[in-house]
Design a protein around this ligand. Structure first.
Ligand code: NAD
Ligand code: IPM
Ligand code: MN
Length: 374
């Protein structure tokens, strides 16, 4: 029997609660579909960091290379300064494994209410392909005080290396800056992925997002690369849209989108908007994908600290992320079964968590989906 080794990072806040439901459901679907999952849990996150000061070491990253995939709850804790755990663990993993695609389906399942007036499941069904390693997420920036400053900043990637030597003369006020970086190779590969995805799924339009009217250095290169790749796909329309207008169109006409190609930061913001039009963060899954390497699956939402330990969070986003993982592993049938079971439970409407207007707990929702599969 085929056995997959999956590294589990439950993480912080509601992470452990929702990930347990995901594991439960995937175990059931694997039993019914002739494969096995061997789960191995890792305690990266706030508790360990507060005790030992450790985030994730090079050795631990290497250890994770032995797994077929990574399944993650969420990271972030109010006791730790914002960014330490998120950058030190989550973004570290995305970059270390060169998971350059962040794939986030925006799909209103049947039985779920959208806050958008007169829109239904057939109107809200598209995919966001978010670039996941570049842009304002490269993590280079600094503060500089009044006077002369010399700073070096490195971006070391598998596909390129960049070193900035910066001389800064500052007058009258201390400053801080953050550098956004877009590469030709990085933009081309994500564009290639988006157009291939469109082709494979019979979509005839890719909408590429940017703010080329203001951030013209980075996003003119972005546009150039996408335009070049698009030429190889004459049957797919290539359309550019500014991020501000796109936010408006997500609400006004979600049916106009098929594949939405985003730079990292705009993709982050737009997918929380996408999540709410598909019924809420409790329902929105994502995958960090390296098409030739180790991918990592997680809900779009974070650790929602105020709900931690209450068994009240909605586990569907995480269970659905598990289904995306099964798809990536090649277990397409099992993946579909999980999504269908989620949809069936939502359609019946008698097991709904708080965020969906019901009273069911996180584990009751997991059980209901499990029974639907069983
Ligand atoms: P969040 O996504 O954790 O929560 C925002 C709100 O969305 C919650 O207060 C809740 O009302 C709702 N929500 C989220 N998930 C839900 C679920 N499963 N069921 C029901 N309701 C849900 O965003 P935040 O409050 O801005 O961030 C909290 C922490 O999470 C921060 O430390 C942040 O950096 C981190 N974060 C981590 C990830 C990740 O690990 N991938 C993603 C986003 C935010
Ligand atoms: C997400 C999160 C992360 C991001 C944070 C926690 C680093 O918001 O996965 O959407 O910005 O990518
Ligand atoms: Mn986000």
């Amino acid at each position: 029997m085929k056995t997959y080794k999956i590294a589990v990072i439950p993480g912080d806040g509601i992470g452990p609660e929702v990930i347990n439901q995901g594991i439960k459901v995937i175990d059931t679907v694997s039993d019914n579909n002739d494969f096995k999952i061997k789960w191995e849990s890792f305690d990266f996150g706030a508790e360990r960091y507060l005790k030992t000061g450790e985030l994730i070491s090079e050795d631990e990253l290497k250890e994770l290379r032995k797994y077929d995939s990574i399944y993650l709850g969420a990271l972030g804790d109010p006791r730790v300064k914002p960014g330490i755990l998120e950058k030190g663990i989550l973004l570290k993993l995305r970059v270390y494994f060169d998971q350059y695609v962040n794939l986030r389906p925006i799909r209103l399942l049947e039985g779920v209410e959208t806050p958008l007036k007169n829109k239904s499941s057939k109107d809200i069904d598209f995919i966001v392909v978010r670039e996941n390693t570049e842009d304002f997420y490269v993590g280079i920036g600094n503060r500089a005080r009044i006077g002369s400053n010399k700073q070096t900043l490195d971006v070391l990637r598998e596909i390129y290396k960049v070193k900035f030597d910066i001389d800064i003369e500052v007058e009258d006020s201390d400053i801080a800056y953050q550098i956004g970086l877009v590469s030709k190779k990085g933009s081309e590969r994500i564009a290639e992925f988006a157009f291939e995805y469109a082709k494979k799924h019979n979509k005839n339009k890719v909408t590429s997002i940017d703010k080329a009217n203001v951030l013209d250095s980075v996003y003119s290169l972005w546009r150039e690369c996408i335009t070049n790749i698009a030429k190889k796909y004459p049957n797919i329309n290539n359309e550019f849209s500014f991020v501000d207008a796109t936010a408006m169109w997500f609400v006004k006409a979600p049916e106009s989108f098929q594949v939405v190609l985003c730079p990292n930061m705009f993709g982050d913001i737009l997918t929380d908007l996408g999540a709410i039009i598909q019924g809420g963060l409790g329902l929105a899954p994502g995958g960090n994908i390296n098409p030739n390497g180790i991918s990592m699956f997680e809900p779009i939402h974070g650790s929602a600290p105020k709900y931690a330990g209450k068994n009240s969070a909605n586990p569907i986003a995480t269970i659905w992320a598990g289904a995306l993982m099964l798809e990536e592993l090649g277990e397409t049938k099992a993946s579909e079964l999980v999504v269908n079971a989620i949809e069936a439970v939502l359609k019946k409407g008698n097991t709904l968590t708080n965020d969906l207007g019901g009273k069911a707990t996180c584990s009751e929702m997991g059980d209901a989906i499990n029974e639907e599969i069983g």
